[in-house]
Design a binder for this molecule. Structure first.
Ligand SMILES: [Zn+2]
Length: 229
């Protein structure tokens, strides 16, 4: 990445939206890469069953807020960067404040409602964000660059009913897929910060058990309710 690239990483402010299986692992990668400012948000506390898949947490952390636990670990990993944590659930009333002065958001949510809220706020404020989700042995990720590529609503116009969506809670989760998807997501994050990202935007899907990988070009939807004309 060179000296100039490292300087850009150090000048970047990134929001990790959710500190579960995705966010705990992406936060570690970005702190080690030298992202200069990381804001962590999550409303949950660590549960014993989370330890199977989450990074930076151990049995002694059960019952503590995930955002605080991840923040403490990141400060140990890289004391030279700025880390902040908020134990908060994203909502229409706080989203705009949370993305103020943020250059890029990494999706670490476990529900669609929060992702659509994030999508609409980021598109409105022209802040790039990187969608990611995992369930079972499968995961997917796609960077969203407002004005340059499709948004989440171009891909999935309406949130699917919550009961139709696989989550770690309903389907279980092999503990290797979050790390595989986070590796792709964090790489896209660094490319966006280094201005090395070039269209077309692709939706990457990976089933780590079936060994099936695809990267499909996704066009903007001119009729999109969020980013269309
Ligand atoms: Zn759109």
């Amino acid at each position: 990445m060179g000296e100039e690239g490292q300087r850009r990483l150090n000048a970047a402010s990134v929001l990790i939206a959710g500190c579960g299986a995705l966010g705990s692992n992406s936060a570690e990668i970005l702190a080690r890469a030298g992202i200069g400012r990381i804001l962590l948000i999550d409303s949950d506390v660590v549960e014993l069953t989370n330890l199977q898949r989450q990074g930076l947490m151990d049995a002694a952390d059960v019952g503590r807020p995930k955002a605080d636990v991840v923040a403490e670990a990141l400060r140990q990993i890289n004391p030279e960067i700025r880390i902040a944590a908020e134990v908060v659930r994203i909502a229409a009333g706080n989203i705009e404040r949370l993305i103020t002065d943020i250059d890029l958001v990494l999706d670490g949510f476990d529900n669609l409602e929060s992702r659509y809220l994030l999508n609409d706020a980021c598109v409105k404020s022209a802040i790039p964000w990187i969608f990611a989700t995992v369930a079972g042995t499968f995961g997917m990720t796609m960077p969203i660059l407002p004005g340059e590529g499709p948004c989440l609503r171009c891909l999935f116009p309406e949130p699917a009913p919550e009961e139709a969506v696989l989550t770690a809670g309903t389907s279980g989760l092999i503990n290797t897929i979050p790390r595989a998807i986070v590796a792709l997501q964090a790489t896209q994050a660094m490319k966006i910060i280094l201005r090395s990202f070039a269209p077309p935007v692709r939706l990457t899907t990976y089933d780590i058990w079936q060994e099936s990988f695809s990267a499909q070009k996704i066009p903007r939807n001119p009729g999109c309710l969020c980013c269309g004309t």
